[in-house]
Design a protein around this ligand. Structure first.
Ligand code: AMP
Ligand code: GLY
Length: 441
């Protein structure tokens, strides 16, 4: 099967490896020459992935039958709609369905309209004065978010980043003044608990679950520093997490399944991978955000242990035929991203990064290239995350050790890693925190 893969990050490299295992013939488009993706591609083109005309022309030229779209920006630009119109099936949502991610107020309103569990108190605003008035009336902590896309960096939380009415309003005004996200502000009730990611495959009607994953958004060890796109993540052999019960997971899956049903009812059926980020609170899982794609890094945890045929699965999502089990190996995974020095504040790009791929694989790990670019035979870092290393084993502890062994074979003198991800102490801290929250009810 000829498959077009869109995007040049770690998530897309993991998807391309899974497509390669399925025997797909891969054609890819991306902005940076990701060496992991280009090595698996019969042909590739460097372009802005949001340029739907150019991407469609390349897809048609290659004779692609199916498309996998990794990032959210081309979905918002309507790439799935354009490819479908050009006769290429898409395992990705239309622009209308992608609003579940691209408009945070669309998502919260949909969940409210359909009486779906897991919603948080919220209100969306088109001007700062109305937001100020609302803020004076609420008696709980809130979270400030731009309504539109911001690459995961526009969220500020009262009690963490914002400490008074004035500071909160200052940030609300900044969002309007700088037009961050381009669609106003949403104020949400702050949920307290432990976060987890539940991703599912969808075909417009049905869902099939992936293993749970926990991401780490903060830039530095010990969960401090600025929020990032995600520094690394882990998953457990039983596809739960050490602080999430199967009952919690069933609730999260019910929420996602209700969202998929609601979208079909509203005339924008959702197909493709869907990403649910939840806060596990004393009252169960609450929705933090829904994304219209795989998570990054989370895709690097689940795709290497996918046992089902990924190309076939993508075709079944595209054609509305997602029945039967999707199967994953009963393995734990730990992913750590090597990121450029300064990442999260101001990245230093353009440094060489050297990877001994054979040694990485020899230590029971996988490596996925992300925001790097091949120039004159050298692999250079960009401003975003550089390389993801994923240890795979029977337990989280062993997977973490494999990951650390493999990291010794990735050399860059201007990069850093959160070594604490997946280590026993940090995982235990999460378990203790959740136990404390459950006791508080
Ligand atoms: P997002 O970009 O929506 O994933 O938000 C980034 C981070 O902000 C999340 O990973 C959470 O840690 C935090 N956050 C977002 N929304 C909320 C909320 N309603 N309550 C508590 N924390 C939140
Ligand atoms: N890991 C967070 C995201 O992909 O949005």
């Amino acid at each position: 099967m000829k498959v077009l893969a869109v995007g040049g990050g770690g998530r897309e490299h993991a998807a391309v490896e899974a497509l390669h295992r399925s025997g797909a013939e891969i054609y890819s488009v991306m902005r940076n020459a990701n060496p992991g993706i280009t090595a698996r591609s019969k042909a590739y083109a460097l372009m802005d992935e949001r340029d739907t005309g150019k991407v469609c022309a390349f897809a048609t030229e290659c004779g692609a039958e199916l498309a996998f779209i990794g990032p959210e920006a081309p979905l918002e630009a309507g790439l799935a709609d354009a490819l479908e119109a050009a006769g290429v099936k898409c395992a990705a949502p239309t622009r209308a369905a992608a609003r579940i991610e691209t408009s945070k107020s669309f998502m919260r309103d949909l969940v409210r309209r359909h009486g779906i569990e897991g919603n948080l108190g919220f209100a969306a605003f088109d001007d700062p004065e109305a937001a100020a008035e609302y803020l004076r009336t609420v008696d709980h902590e809130i979270v400030v978010k731009p309504v539109g896309l911001t690459g995961g960096k526009g969220v500020k939380v009262q009690g963490e980043h914002l400490h008074s009415f004035e500071e909160t309003m200052e940030y609300v005004r900044e969002i309007f003044d700088l037009n961050i996200g381009g669609a106003g502000v949403i104020l949400e009730e702050r949920a307290v608990g432990e976060e987890f990611t539940q991703m599912v495959f969808c075909d417009g009607k049905r869902i099939a679950p992936m293993p749970l994953v926990q991401d780490h958004k903060r830039a530095y060890e010990g969960d401090v520093g600025p929020n990032t796109g995600g520094m690394g993540s882990y998953s457990d052999h039983d596809h739960l997490l050490p602080f999430v019960t199967s009952r919690d997971r069933v609730e999260a899956l019910r929420i996602l399944s209700d969202i998929v049903r609601a979208m079909a009812v509203e005339g924008c059926p959702y197909r493709g991978p869907m990403y649910g980020q939840f806060m596990l609170t004393a009252e169960g899982p609450k929705i933090i955000e829904i994304n219209a794609r795989f998570g990054d890094p989370e895709a690097m945890n689940v795709l290497p242990i996918l046992e089902s045929d990924f190309a076939d699965l993508c075709m079944r999502m595209a054609e509305g035929r997602l029945h039967g089990e999707v199967s994953f190996a009963r393995k734990a995974t730990v992913c750590k991203y090597v990121v450029p020095r300064g990442y999260g504040v101001r990245s230093e790009a353009g440094h060489e990064i050297q990877v001994d791929e054979a040694r990485v694989r020899g230590s029971g790990s996988e490596i996925f290239y992300a925001n790097v670019d091949m120039k004159d035979g050298r692999c250079l870092t960009g401003t975003s995350r550089s390389v993801g290393v994923v240890g795979i084993a029977d337990t989280i502890e062993e997977a973490e050790r494999n990951c650390e062994d493999a990291l010794r074979h990735v050399v860059c003198d201007a990069a850093f890693v959160r070594h604490d991800i997946g280590k026993r102490e940090l995982v235990q801290r999460r378990v203790d925190h959740m136990a404390e929250i459950r006791r508080s009810t």
